[in-house]
Ligand binder design. Structure first.
Ligand code: ZN
Length: 468
């Protein structure tokens, strides 16, 4: 899984896998729960295709991956095969001779574990109905590491592995600046090295297809919608992300346009109306607001406003709507997968899903659209007492052993969800140690089950065949 996710210069030097059930996360209360591991709670995701007459109904137990979604939707769209795809077309879900839908919507429900469809089925009537009516892949899993937002959205959007699309972490260490930076620094999609399905469709239709990308963070939106006009012959597409600077929406105007429907949306109005709290929690800031069902409603209403205003479904050129819904992720990061808070957020998400389906029928006509529902990753449950670990403590431990005076061997491990550490290898070697020494030391800690060096991950990558 790390071998599929390795990209030189962006990946770290040490790759860690926690023992199943151990949670490695920040001290910040909004992130008491943290995904990123290969275990089922982080990797088992829903893949659901919905929309008669284009999709064949049925539960399918064959294993599928996030990389299969773009090729499959591309086949329904008639977009052809993109040479970088490592995923395959899920033929068994496509009805033959059904023609082309007017709209295809991809809904990536952030951190939506597959088992939520059982656990919370009672508050999700619409998603449950979609599952019954559509093609449901019960054994869908992420097959790359880390299992995190930026990586997975790019994998879904491009239909290929991170080793080809280049988005390997949410936050990486830049050796030339000496600082860490987000995967899409300054909202710039240039580090996305492969074409997304939306890119290909934008180029194929020369911008005549309406393409909308929207999400709770740019690291989600960009991987789905792609490069827009920041690609030779690409046209600007409509894209925006929620901004934690001002609780409004933002875009990168070089590549995308923002729908004017978003101008009136600001989260602060929502939390002020609620008196600044939700279920007893303070939500009165752009960041805290996200861990609530009110935020889930806010981001869905923003999407509905854009979809209502923009001319989707009006002609025979299939339009694409690529969506990230952040609600389940932020709520579960703070309160966990078993919480009453998450249940509320999922109930809200389901209500909004019904409105989205209704709007699609109104815009494109009944039976004229396809909706794909999936997730980027899952979320671990509450660990036993004493089994929550913090990267700062782990870094301190490394420095006590390998660099006790200067504490400089570890460049960056603040973002534990990356599941990798950026190491000053030259300094480590100068002190008489190798990356394998460091890996062996970490493997002796009770919370890691396996630790790999960059060389070991590269060797594993060389053993992968070019496809799959
Ligand atoms: Zn996510």
């Amino acid at each position: 899984m790390f071998a599929r996710g390795y990209f030189p210069g962006r990946s770290g030097q040490i790759f860690v896998i926690p023992v199943e059930g151990e949670v490695i996360t920040e001290r910040e209360p909004l992130y008491r729960f943290m995904h990123g591991s290969p275990w089922d709670y982080d990797s088992h995701i829903p893949v659901l295709l919905h929309g008669r007459p284009f999709i064949r109904q049925g539960e399918r137990p064959d294993p599928v991956a996030q990389q299969d979604i773009a090729p499959t939707l591309g086949a329904i769209l008639g977009a052809g095969i993109v040479p970088t795809y490592t995923g395959r077309v899920l033929d068994q879900a496509i009805a033959p001779d059904a023609g082309r839908p007017r709209v295809i919507v991809v809904m990536v429900l952030d951190a939506m574990r597959a088992d939520y469809f059982e656990t919370y089925g009672d508050v999700m009537p619409t998603l449950t109905r979609m599952r019954r009516e559509g093609a449901w892949f019960s054994e869908a899993r992420t097959n790359t590491l880390p299992t995190i937002t930026g990586v997975a959205h790019a994998t879904i959007g491009t239909g290929t592995d991170p080793r080809f699309h280049g988005i390997t972490v949410n936050n990486l260490f830049n050796r030339t600046t000496g600082r860490h930076q987000p995967a899409y620094d300054s909202l710039d999609p240039r580090e996305l090295m492969a074409l997304t399905l939306a890119d290909v469709w934008n180029l194929t239709t020369d911008g005549r297809a309406v393409i909308i990308g929207q999400g709770g963070a740019l690291r989600a939106t960009a991987g789905l919608v792609g490069h827009g006009a920041c690609l030779v012959n690409g046209r600007k597409v409509i894209a925006a992300s929620y901004s934690t600077r001002d609780a409004g929406w933002e875009t990168n105007p070089a590549c995308y346009t923002m729908s004017t429907a978003l101008e009136s949306f600001n989260g602060s109005r929502v939390w002020k109306e609620a008196g600044g709290t939700w279920m007893g929690h303070d939500i009165a800031s752009p960041s805290k607001f996200r861990a609530s069902s009110l935020y889930q409603r806010f981001e869905a209403e923003a999407l509905l406003a854009v979809m209502a205003q923009e001319p989707i479904g009006t002609d025979e050129i299939t339009d694409l709507v690529m969506v990230n819904m952040k609600g389940p992720d932020y709520t579960a990061h703070a309160h966990g997968p078993a919480s009453a808070e998450l249940k509320q957020t999922l109930a809200e998400l389901d209500r909004q899903m019904a409105r989205i389906l209704d709007l699609l029928d109104r815009k494109a006509g009944p039976g004229r659209s396809v909706v794909a529902v999936t997730a980027d990753h899952g979320m671990p449950g509450e660990p036993p007492p004493g089994h929550r670990h913090h990267p700062q403590d782990i870094v301190r431990l490394i420095h006590e052993r390998f660099d006790p005076v200067d504490h400089k061997v570890v460049h960056y491990y603040d973002d534990a969800s990356n599941s990798q550490m950026y190491i000053d290898t030259a300094r480590l070697n100068a002190r008489g140690f190798s990356l394998r020494d460091l890996a062996a030391f970490l493997e002796r800690q009770e919370y890691y089950t396996a630790v790999f060096t960059e060389d070991e991950v590269r060797a594993a990558q060389a053993r992968l065949t070019s496809i799959k």
